[in-house]
Write a protein that binds this ligand. Structure first.
Ligand code: AMP
Length: 219
């Protein structure tokens, strides 16, 4: 089983998905994105996928028990250290995760909050395009990071797509959810010795350099 888990916190559009991809390569971690797991279930039309499809399209959160169940099952089967991206999202999930980690003797490593002002977030999300091939999952932006050929992934050649929850309307719903759950979540972690707040409103390389330093402290 996993020995250690790290957590990346941040609003939709904070860049945590992009940073997570680099961190997992550098520190040989398993990337555990609850959003990716749920989107995969939706695209495969599993029982879970059909249950959560509408909630996700509206930018609402999936219930804590469902998400905790998915995460704990993955941790049981995992051998490498893990980086969570998009989990925990509520104080309740954070407490359940902490209880699970204590029970299994798993250490909590770095908890990093990638902070970006709200005004910057919407433009980032609405212009985001992602590779439709889930195993690639490369992330682009129509203005800040366009693919070489429009609509085609530079890395694997698959079509790019606009996530159904990356419209302005769904983004505002997701921000509403985020704002109501984030402060209690932050309060849960901010006094831990391994907690770091990182300025995410910089070039991706600069954000990564800061995160890399923090992750080295707890690798
Ligand atoms: P993300 O890719 O992290 O932005 O997540 C996309 C959507 O998946 C969210 O808007 C929620 O509907 C759902 N989701 C992802 N992670 C969680 C979580 N930890 N708790 C509840 N819902 C989640």
């Amino acid at each position: 089983m996993t020995n250690k888990v790290h957590i990346l916190l941040g609003a939709p559009g904070s860049g945590k998905g992009t940073q997570a991809k680099r961190l997992v390569e550098t520190f040989r971690l398993t990337h555990l994105s609850t959003g990716d797991i749920l989107r995969d279930a939706v695209s495969k039309e599993t029982e879970l996928g059909l249950r959560v499809k509408n909630l996700m399209a509206e930018g609402k959160l999936v219930d804590d028990d469902t998400v905790n169940g998915l995460v704990f099952a993955r941790l049981q089967d995992e051998n490498q250290d893990v980086l969570f991206d998009g989990y925990p999202r509520t104080q309740n999930q954070a407490q359940s995760l902490q209880d699970f980690l204590s029970q299994k003797g798993i250490e909590l490593g770095t908890v990093a909050d990638v902070h970006v002002p709200q005004a910057v977030l919407e433009a980032r999300v609405v212009g985001r395009r992602v590779c439709s091939n889930n195993t690639c999952g490369a992330i682009y932006h129509v203005e800040n990071k366009p693919s070489k050929q429009q609509g085609v992934c530079d890395l694997c050649g698959s079509p790019l797509k606009h996530r159904s929850d990356d419209t302005s309307e769904a983004f505002r719903a997701r921000m509403g959810e985020f704002n109501s759950t984030f402060q209690p979540l932050l309060a849960f972690y901010k006094d831990r010795l391994t907690f770091r707040s990182v300025d995410g409103n910089r070039a991706p390389d600069e954000v990564f350099a800061t995160l890399e330093t923090h992750f080295k402290e707890n690798a």
